[in-house]
Design a protein around this ligand. Structure first.
Ligand code: TPP
Length: 643
């Protein structure tokens, strides 16, 4: 069947049985590709039938279908001209693991972060109404994503303002781990209330009472009622806030799905269709372990085992260290925004269930909650991925920093994360956090230093941010110097007089490699592990700059407002003349997917590119007059040259 599908219109030629066969083909194809490339397997296997039904009933090239998070769009990509390209999924220059308007007009909006789809869809629906246009707008959102504040804000607005659109609630009872919260309790009730299934309430009467729905569709509804177990539940949450609720419906039954979707198209007001799916459907390892298969690296299809061996990661160290410290200090609590396993808190949750809070995909609430805990004497630790910290920016400023509250903000997946691409790269956190008064910003050079920083953070009293990358330290990084962490002090790792290399976090390893190579050529580099981006160790840094007059900065963040900016500002503020500066950082752009190594190489941030660029610069430096009075700053990726 898959061979017969080259474009979405081909779906119209298939009967239900053929579509069911197609669903099985698509499943096999997705499993095969994800087993090689890695990806969001379980979520994709859960929506194969839903996508087929949706794209049969709606016209993806005219109607607007917004996929929340967007990690579940592999079937959509296959149906919309990217069957072959799916083999390049998440690869450098390949297709993305999320919807991209740049890939196809059928991807009508870019997503990646959770809980945005209802807001975006309702915006499109409003524009359609204002322009008297005629198309349907659909948001497809999971029960996990529905816990996010933005989704709840949008529900509140759309129901009340009676904006015609359809929300498809893809309820598989899972976020990445088990779904949590009151919304999940409500959905559980809706799933299991047999009473309503057998309801003898006449669909005709209910529909006629619903404003905006007239007689013409009653016939259709009566037809649909026979095939859908439960049609409308009166007096329940979604109805009360202004939606027509349809369902629940079996999300793996294409015929029932098509019927209910056709019905929703005719309802002239906000409609929510409750679709029940199984995460990982059709692949037993993913069905049994949907959290492990939510996002997985390459794996063996036969036994479901991941191919790449897992090494000790920064997230693991966080979990272990916090478990150890929490035994001694009862004030320590941990909060996750639906990322217990990813952030290393699985063991903490088991060992200290009363001190562990999974608040749903709710980063803003997580930080607000932490502020409350801290204000009355607890020590909250909040590990969140760098790109998701963007969600909680105001809470960090307004609820934490102004009152100088002791919240430990652990910024996981800082720097390049790789395959998830633009929406997930953690390159902005240093820039946006550096602006905030009262916060401390640290980054460890290796796992041991990370452990020391966590301990330091527990006994410091104030807002503190520790950023660290995905995975573990570099395989080759054997670093034995570990000076005590002292507030606002950097760590001098190598003394030299020819060039000062200032590096932060994982980039310190590269600085050490470069220094070692330069030494072989008779160049003596001074290496400073900056440790604190804020407050910067100005005294040590200025001393080194005055000595070498040649500055290199290396960071895995954006060129704007990170380490490069901090040190360049220092040079200007202190009126240090005749300095040559090389800034290695990511340019002012969004960075697409690829492996971390490929991306670092592309942006000249791998150790060999750094070394070559410095060497070339050193050669030119020989001709550079010591008496010149201007500084010479080169931002490596911007190809910008400021004298
Ligand atoms: C703001 C934000 N926080 C966290 C994530 C990480 N994340 C990706 S998918 C997901 C769970 C989504 O659950 P659900 O919406 O139910 O979809 P499912 O995968 O179960 O189909 C999470 C927490 C994210 N994408 N965006």
């Amino acid at each position: 069947m898959l061979e017969k599908i080259n474009k979405v219109d081909d779906l119209q030629k298939l009967n239900i049985k053929e579509k069911e066969e197609l669903a099985e083909d698509i499943r096999r194809y997705i499993i095969e590709i994800v087993s090689k490339n890695g990806g969001h397997l379980a979520s994709n296997l859960g929506v194969v039938e839903l996508t087929i039904a949706l794209e049969t009933v709606f016209n993806v090239n005219k109607d607007k279908i917004i996929w929340d998070v967007g990690h579940q769009t592999y079937t959509h990509k296959i149906l919309n001209g990217r069957k072959e390209e799916l083999k390049t999924l998440r690869k450098l220059n390949g297709i993305a693991g999320f919807p991209k308007t740049s890939e196809s007009p059928s991807d009508c909006f870019d997503t990646g972060h959770s809980s945005t789809s209802i807001s975006v869809a309702s915006g499109m629906a409003r524009a359609r109404n204002l322009n008297n246009e005629d198309y349907s707008v659909v948001s497809v959102i999971g029960d996990g994503a529905l816990t996010g504040g933005m989704a709840l804000e949008a529900l509140n607005d759309v129901g009340y303002t009676n904006t015609k659109m359809t929300i498809i609630l893809n309820d598989n009872q899972m976020s990445i781990s088990k779904s949590v919260g009151g919304m999940n309790m409500l959905l559980s009730k809706l799933r299991t209330k047999k009473l309503y299934t057998k309801s003898n309430i006449s669909a005709k009467n209910i529909i006629l009472k619903v404003p905006g729905i007239g007689k013409p569709i009653v016939k259709l509804i009566q037809k649909v009622k026979r095939s859908i177990k439960q049609l409308i539940i009166p007096k329940m949450f979604f109805e009360e806030i202004g939606f027509t609720y349809l369902g629940p419906v079996d999300g793996h039954n294409i015929s029932e799905l098509e019927n209910i979707l056709k019905l929703s198209k005719q309802i002239d007001r906000p409609t929510l269709i409750h679709v029940i799916t199984k995460k990982g459907k059709g692949y037993k390892y993913a069905e049994n372990n949907p959290d492990k298969f939510h996002a997985i690296g390459p794996f063996n299809i036969e036994n479901g085992q991941e191919i790449n061996e897992k090494k000790c990661s920064y997230s693991d160290i966080l979990g272990k260290t916090v478990c150890k410290l929490a035994k001694k200090d009862k004030r320590i609590v941990c909060i996750t925004a639906s990322m217990k396993d990813g952030t290393g808190l699985t063991d903490f949750a088991k060992e200290f269930p009363d001190r562990f809070f999974d608040v749903g995909i709710a980063e803003q609430h997580a930080l607000g909650n932490a502020a409350g805990l801290a204000k009355v004497g607890m020590i909250p630790i909040v590990p969140i991925y760098s790109s998701f910290y963007q969600r909680a920016y105001d809470q960090v400023i307004h609820d934490i920093a102004i009152q100088k509250l002791h919240v430990i903000m652990c910024v996981d997946r800082a720097g390049i994360v790789g395959a998830d691409g633009e929406t997930h790269q953690g390159i902005f956190d240093m820039a946006f956090f550096r602006l905030i008064p009262n916060v401390l910003i640290m980054a460890p050079k290796d796992l041991k230093e990370f452990q020391d920083m966590i301990e330091f953070a527990i006994y410091y009293n104030g807002p503190i941010i520790i950023r660290y990358p995905r995975g573990g330290e570099e395989n080759t990084f054997k670093f034995y110097i570990h000076n005590k962490i002292t507030l606002g002090r950097s760590e001098l790792l190598k003394v030299g007089q020819d060039v000062s290399i200032f590096a932060i976090g994982k980039m310190v390893e590269r600085a050490m490699f470069v220094a070692k190579e330069l030494r072989k050529k008779g160049i003596y580099a001074e290496v400073i592990n900056v440790r604190f981006l804020k407050p910067l160790d100005k005294r040590t840094i200025i001393k080194s700059i005055r000595k070498t007059k040649f500055v290199v900065t290396i960071e895995d963040g954006t060129i704007i407002n990170g380490l490069a900016s901090s040190i360049n500002e220092l040079i200007i503020e202190n009126n240090i003349r005749n300095v040559k500066v090389l800034n290695f950082a990511y340019p002012d752009e969004f960075i697409k997917q690829g492996s971390t190594n490929e991306i670092e190489k592309k942006y000249n941030l791998d150790k060999f590119s750094i070394l070559n660029t410095i060497e070339k610069s050193m050669k030119k430096r020989k001709d550079y007059s010591k008496n010149e009075t201007n500084n010479n700053i080169i931002k490596v990726n911007k190809k910008e040259h400021i004298s």
